[in-house]
Design a protein. Structure first.
Length: 479
């Protein structure tokens, strides 16, 4: 049974040789290719380079083209490039209908596009969905929003069997959208109560003898939804309050890392009180709600500090009205009660599968944004400050932990693997390459001279890497 499920999951990856979505074949971050360079940079092993608009989204590939999104000044753009030369073939502006909330370093062009091998589909939080042919002709558009995510939109759409799927995880009114990829007509819109802001892109899971499902790491839980009609099939509780990573899956197991607040580290959680007690303590003017300047004098000083405007208050205020009500308070208690960590979760079932589904949990600090990489039988994870861990995926035991010298920085790009190598790129544009082993060693450290937020794409012996201003194609000299 396990071998059959493993074969199905691996076949999903094998059918996507051209890196058609965020993190490539089924979101694995793995490419089946060889002869990749360990050393590369602005003047080393460059096949071509192209000046591109800024954007945090990743490039996606067909056999002959590269599709990207970006922001040019205040303009939202989708564009296509020739994969062999990097020459821009077309560029289309997308109307900027809205001006969505963006916090921290998020940008207006963060979600990556997706391609079915011919057409390209892009999403912007300030517009919605739009589809183009390979030649740049618009097929359809579907305005959406406004959206209510604390950091702004981060999840990317995917295409499964002709359905374009977009998870909208927001603080009010979350839903899963299924759209006919050919026409742009809505197939379903499934409400997801209890789901708050999230930024994770789904992966596909196909259990033996059952329809395809998509896995979405949501706030507090992993949920599986039927691709055909969008109904929720099963779920496992225990995830962090705010999910950004893509699940690594193999066989009947998913590995998922999540981080909310530093106060969500196991053993350091802040005790909370009921809404009724909260009103007694904090509602100084007795109007039935709590304002930021009222959140003092509670029984737990750490909770007082978390309720300050400069701390957690804006995240707890789900409808952004400047006050906390009973619903906001419930969200606050759930968020502060959640735990950060990396979990190995058994997949499949029906309904609530929480009991017995968590195989192991790693409770030391995990990344804010980057996903894990399961490659060559090893689970790789990079934390801020350039700390790289290799983990036994069966047991959760750390095989090696070390700092990537010369690459001490924040990480937003997720690690990717190919040719027996793992590629890790920091925000400041330092690309580290290590060998894909439990006892990994650094093969090279390559300065790129520009910031990097986008996860690279790999295919056909080339690395397609986007910096803040440039898209590079790197390859070994023989290519």
């Amino acid at each position: 049974m396990k071998l059959l499920v493993l074969a199905v999951v691996l076949s999903l990856a094998a059918t996507d040789p051209n890196w058609s979505r965020f993190r490539g074949p089924n979101g694995t971050g793995i490419a089946e290719t060889s002869a990749l360079p360990a050393e590369f940079g602005p003047d080393k092993n460059v096949v071509w380079k192209a000046t591109v608009p800024t954007g945090h989204s990743s490039p996606v590939l067909t056999a002959t083209q590269i599709f990207m999104t970006g922001i040019d000044g205040e303009k939202l753009v989708v564009f296509g490039l020739d994969r062999a030369t990097g020459k821009e073939q077309w560029r289309n502006e997308v109307p900027r209908r809205l001006k969505g909330r963006l916090e921290n370093v998020n940008g207006a062009a963060s979600p990556s596009p997706v391609t079915d091998g011919t057409n390209v589909y892009a999403f912007f939080q300030d517009f919605g969905l739009v589809a183009y042919t390979a030649a740049g002709k618009e097929l359809w558009r579907l305005p959406l929003g406004p959206f209510n995510m604390f950091y702004g939109f981060g999840a990317s759409p995917i295409v499964v069997d002709g359905t374009l799927l977009l998870p909208v995880d927001q603080d009010t009114g979350s839903y899963l959208l299924g759209v006919d990829a050919k026409t742009g007509k809505q197939r379903y819109k499934v409400d997801r109560p209890g789901v708050i802001s999230g930024y994770s892109t789904p992966t596909v899971y196909e259990p033996k003898g059952a329809p395809k499902q998509i896995l979405i790491p949501e706030s507090f839980q992993l949920s599986a939804y039927d691709v055909k009609d969008g109904h929720r099939v099963w779920w496992v509780r225990g995830l962090a309050c705010e999910m950004k990573s893509v699940a690594s899956i193999e066989g009947d197991t998913a590995w998922i890392n999540g981080w909310g607040f530093s106060q969500n580290q196991p053993g350091t959680q802040i005790p909370t009180i009921s809404w009724e007690e909260g009103l007694k303590v904090y509602d100084k003017n007795k109007d039935g709600k709590i304002a930021p300047d009222e959140a003092t004098g509670g029984p737990e000083p750490r909770l007082d500090r978390m309720l300050r405007p400069a701390a957690g208050f804006p995240a707890f205020d789900a409808n952004r009205d400047g006050f906390l009500d009973a619903g906001d308070w419930a969200i606050m208690r759930a968020m502060l009660g959640a735990e950060n960590g990396l979990l190995a979760i058994k997949l499949g079932g029906k309904g609530d599968m929480t009991e017995g589904a968590v195989k192991w949990k790693y409770t030391r600090p995990v990344p804010q944004v980057p996903s894990t990489l399961l490659y060559k039988g090893v689970l790789f994870m990079v934390n801020d400050s350039g700390i790289l861990l290799s983990i036994d995926p069966a047991t959760g035991n750390v095989l090696k932990q070390g700092r990537l010298k010369g690459a001490i920085d924040k990480y937003f790009a997720s690690p990717i693997g190919a040719d027996g190598k793992v590629f890790l790129i920091s925000q400041d544009g330092t690309a580290s390459v290590v060998d894909a082993k439990g006892e990994w060693e650094v093969l090279s450290v390559n300065p790129l001279g520009d910031e990097v937020f986008a996860t690279p794409a790999i295919a056909d012996g080339k690395i397609y890497l986007r910096t803040k201003s440039t898209l590079y194609a790197f390859a070994a000299p023989s290519r």
